[in-house]
Design a protein around this ligand. Structure first.
Ligand code: ZN
Length: 287
């Protein structure tokens, strides 16, 4: 089961979001047939999205759109909500780039000349959109995003280890954010501890999420929330039928004459919905 913790640390002068989500990533591999280069990037984006989703409340949701311009994956799109659910896809799932150390080289997959856009739906009149340039390094790009868009000093860790059979062995991340009025001693403690632990893969491999908190903050941490996170798509045949109705009578009649059926595929989760000639006729009658 994938899990996310929220904690207050260092005299409550910083907060931490930490997630372990290999089941989420393996579900995406199964649904989208992801190759390792695509798994690495989509999985890390899931980690960020699940942690950012846990900063939301109620029915609020967010979308992360990454397009690195010159990357092999094309668009990387991930939706997340406050319940720990994510869904997402990459335009080209058949990207397989592994560098010499067996680790992932995301730069070529993501690209280095584009943008990262975050759209927040806070259930108000309008959505909030902010963007930062994309350098191909998700951890540092989102560190900059939090600084630029949310005026928060953060450290972002991301980990991803892919097994020889191309399944996800380890995936997760951690965001440490300084709260306003953090003292000098908290800032220097943090600087010191983050310089000690640079590989999140090593941490995920050897420690539980709570043990990582212990390692970083000894006993100066308080877990304020523990939650399950997962891959979940809200698509349905009913929603697809509403979208088909918007095509209009003429287009639907043409489809009946040419194909006698419609197979709709959800980009986010790969689920297929088949509409027979009878069902399309019923939709036409509703128009
Ligand atoms: Zn779906």
């Amino acid at each position: 089961m994938d899990c996310l913790l929220k904690a207050l640390v260092l005299n409550k002068e910083a907060r931490v979001y930490i997630v372990s989500n290999k089941d989420t990533v393996n579900e995406a591999i199964r649904r989208h047939n992801l190759w390792p280069g695509a798994t690495s990037v989509l999985g890390k984006t899931f980690s960020i999205a699940q942690m950012m989703g846990s900063m939301l409340k109620g029915r609020e949701a967010l979308t992360i759109k990454i397009n690195g311009g010159n990357g092999q994956l094309g668009n990387i799109i991930v939706d997340a909500n406050s319940k720990g659910e994510v869904r997402g896809y990459v335009d080209n799932p058949s990207v397989s780039i592994v560098n010499n150390n067996g680790g992932m080289n995301d730069y070529y997959a993501i690209g280095t000349e584009g943008m990262i856009v975050v759209i927040k739906d806070l259930k108000l009149k309008e959505t909030f959109t902010s963007s930062v340039t994309c350098t191909g390094d998700l951890a540092s790009d989102f560190t900059y995003y939090f600084y630029e868009s949310e005026q928060t000093n953060s450290v972002v860790y991301l980990g991803m280890l892919i097994d020889v059979d191309n399944t996800c062995k380890l995936s997760g991340g951690m965001i440490i954010q300084l709260l306003p009025n953090a003292s000098e001693s908290t800032i220097s403690y943090l600087e010191n501890v983050i310089s000690k632990y640079t590989s999140f893969n090593d941490l995920l491999e050897n420690y539980s999420l709570e043990d990582i908190l212990k390692l970083f903050f000894v006993d100066d941490y308080e877990i304020v929330e523990t939650r399950e996170v997962n891959f979940h798509c809200h698509c349905s045949k009913y929603n697809f039928s509403k979208a088909l109705i918007t095509l209009g009578k003429k287009d639907l009649q043409e489809i009946i004459e040419e194909d006698h059926k419609i197979e709709a595929v959800c980009h986010y989760c790969g689920e297929k919905y088949l509409f027979t000639e009878d069902e399309i006729n019923k939709l036409i009658n509703k128009i």
